[in-house]
Design a binder for this molecule. Structure first.
Ligand code: NAD
Length: 358
């Protein structure tokens, strides 16, 4: 297993250091793991004048999986757009053709108080959103702003984008989503807006076609406006959700907040061959960088996802997730999830607690 490790900026190196401790333990037990690090984001710009240096992209291409911290920082905000750290991230996703974005939202019962919803509505939430990541209105052509005749005779500016999905794009993300639903609760909800949009009509048709290959999975359909409402009203009704790029962008951010702290949530972005990039959903948190207080659990849980989805090793994934559950049950808390009566620990102490449980 060759893993490209890209710590990035801000708290990236601190949280990645804790995830590497987990990989070192597994390696010590005899797993063949090759780790190689490279710079991305602001660190890439500092080292090579490019947020995605050629050497980093080559390393990521040659690896089986990529583990990423986070990118960005205020010191890079004045750079030209193509040189900004976030561009490195968008480019690596595109270059590696990572079209399926997996965003779990789960809430440990002990952290239910941290959610903005009532504990009984969210406790034990375990939901997976599969978002298509390389198509839809974000990429469809034509797009632009141009002058067109207005209602009163003169010209006015018109902005336009194209919502576009080919059936092959829908089919490949459908297969990923059905495959994931098979490994979870065998319930898949496809979210679209087929009552208004032809693009969504095709989405729904293809989902129904692909469902024939997965007779064990119960497929349901929901309009995106209703899905937004249901996520807040009764999120535990969902097991796996599959949706397009823009609907998924909005719904997955809403779902992530159900679970309190973004320091807890991992993510995966997969290509057609299960190669994946694994990263916490949060950013580089420059406000707390360098102080050893960040929550490393989202990054450690990203390693668990790597074992589940790229290395097809659910036993190791379960074991890492179990260790995280235990540290929460034992009362260890970094500052972002700390409440009275629990044990406040640093980023590295949290990493050490996970290792002890492993
Ligand atoms: P952020 O996610 O970095 O931080 C938001 C808030 O959450 C901050 O108060 C931060 O301290 C806190 N936080 C984030 N992760 C935490 C953790 N693991 N433990 C404890 N607290 C944590 O978002 P932002 O402040 O909007 O962005 C900061 C930088 O990160 C920007 O440059 C932005 O572009 C970049 N960013 C990168 C990614 C990524 O690399 N995937 C994602 C989002 C934002």
């Amino acid at each position: 297993m060759k893993i490209a490790v890209l710590p990035g900026d801000g708290i990236g190196p601190e949280i990645i250091a804790q995830a590497l401790k987990v990989l070192e333990i597994l390696r010590g037990e005899g797993m063949k793991i090759e780790l190689e690090s490279a710079a991305i984001g602001g660190a890439g710009y500092d080292a090579a004048g490019d947020p995605l240096p050629d050497a980093t992209l080559k390393l990521a291409r040659d690896a089986d999986a990529v583990l990423l911290g986070a990118v960005g920082g205020p010191q890079y905000d004045s750079l030209d757009r193509p040189l900004r750290p976030e561009r490195g991230l968008l480019r690596i996703r595109k270059e590696l053709n990572l079209f399926a974005n997996l965003r779990p939202a789960l809430l440990y019962p002990e952290l239910a108080e941290a959610s903005s919803l009532k504990p009984e509505v969210v406790a034990n939430l375990d939901l997976m959103i599969v978002r298509e990541l390389t198509g839809d209105v974000y990429f469809g052509q034509p797009r632009g702003i141009e002058m067109r005749p207005g209602p009163t005779g003169g010209n006015e500016r018109v902005g336009f984008n194209t919502m576009l999905y080919s059936e092959s794009e829908i089919r490949r993300v459908a297969h990923v989503a059905f495959g994931i639903a098979m490994k979870r609760g065998k319930k898949l909800c496809s979210v679209e807006k087929a009552n208004v949009l032809e693009c969504s009509e095709l989405w729904k048709e293809v989902m129904i076609e692909v469902a024939k290959d997965y007779p064990e999975v119960a497929l349901s359909h929901m309009y995106v406006d209703n899905a937004a409402m249901q996520l807040i009203r009764a999120p535990k009704q969902f097991d796996t959700i599959v949706t397009g790029n823009i609907f998924g962008d909005i719904l997955s951010d809403a779902a992530s907040m159900l679970s309190g702290s973004i320091g807890m949530l991992p993510s995966a972005s997969l290509d057609q061959h299960k190669k994946g990039m694994y990263e916490p959903i949060h950013g580089s948190a420059p406000d707390i960088a360098g102080r050893d207080i960040a929550n490393p659990l989202a990054t450690i849980l990203s390693v668990a996802m790597m074992y589940r989805y790229t290395f097809s090793d659910s036993a190791t994934a379960d074991r890492i997730e179990q260790a995280v559950k235990q540290v929460i049950a034992q009362g260890y808390r970094t500052a972002d999830i700390w409440t009275a009566g629990t044990m406040r620990v640093s980023c590295s102490e949290m990493g050490a607690a996970v290792i002890k449980n492993l």
